[in-house]
Write a protein of this length. Structure first.
Length: 287
């Protein structure tokens, strides 16, 4: 960060009393991150889609670190639910110190949500983008952490074609495009929201539930050479708690290191255009 950026981060290991919101918190990286930040004393706020798994993780966090975290159910495949979630969170919390935008999925075949968007770009990018915008004032002086992936190099982001209608659908490419969008959004948020430390990160290849129903499912669930969810969440947890002066706002991180971004993903003009297209898509142009 530059000295002129009006951000005051938490000291190392000092998440005690801080409010940390984790989306996609019921499995994989989100669950591991929620447990880790709870152990560091954070007030954890869980967001998940499945009620039973949300209850399970809530109880697990309470047993591990206590007290029981707050939990909110929302399906990011419905923007109506995201807007309702934003209202509930605004009513409940005057400040959110860290928002870990981690919810995501991969879909075998092209699926269109009831909002009219291709499911991957909505669940992995647009829903989290909308939620961050709805919580903009609560995030002032805090951190926004977007889960991305080195699969971004396979992305083909086009702000004029967020649904990818101009190309034949590929689950891998749609996933890569959504992760590309998250990197670009973190960079653009850093430029537009100077009082928020916005970053993205690559968790590595992790054993998770992602890709259910796709040929990637078995690979991500059973490959013994992939990282554990806890290892995948390590950089996220570090970004939540490391001193602000050690971090670069707008940066993309991998294994706690700032990583260069290549190709169109590094194009600031394209990122600005994506931001505008995303705002128009979710119907929120206030920020």
């Amino acid at each position: 960060m530059t000295a002129s950026t009006p951000y005051h981060g938490t000291p190392r290991g000092a998440l005690s009393g801080r409010t940390v919101l984790v989306t996609g918190a019921t499995s994989g990286i989100g669950r591991a991150a929620a447990l880790a930040v709870a152990r560091q004393g954070a007030r954890v706020v869980l967001v998940g889609r499945d009620p039973e798994r949300l209850r399970t993780v809530t109880n697990e966090v309470a047993r591990t670190a206590g007290p029981a975290p707050d939990a909110f159910r929302a399906d990011f495949a419905e923007l109506r639910q995201v807007r309702d979630l934003g209202e509930r969170l605004r009513d409940r919390y005057p400040r959110i110190d860290v928002m870990a935008s981690n919810a995501g999925g991969m879909f075998w075949s092209r699926t269109t949500t009831q909002d009219g968007f291709e499911a991957t770009i909505q669940v992995n990018h647009l829903a989290g983008f909308l939620l961050a915008r709805l919580l903009r004032e609560r995030l002032a002086g805090g951190r926004l952490i977007l889960t991305s992936s080195d699969a971004y190099t396979q992305g083909r982001i086009d702000p004029d074609d967020l649904n990818g209608d101009r190309h034949r659908y590929s689950a891998g490419q749609a996933y890569g495009t959504s992760k590309q969008a998250n990197i670009m959004t973190a960079a653009e948020a850093a430029r537009r929201w100077p009082d928020v430390l916005a970053v993205s990160y690559h968790p590595g290849e992790v054993r998770t539930r992602i890709g259910r129903g796709t040929v990637a499912s078995s690979y991500f669930r059973f490959n013994p050479f992939l990282r554990s969810a806890a290892k995948g969440a390590d950089t996220l947890v570090w970004l939540a708690s490391a001193p602000a002066e050690e971090l670069t706002t707008g940066g993309y991180y991998s294994d706690r290191r700032l990583s260069p971004v290549s190709g169109p993903t590094a194009d600031a003009g394209l990122a600005a255009k994506l931001w505008g297209a995303g705002a128009a898509a979710v119907g929120d142009t206030a920020h």
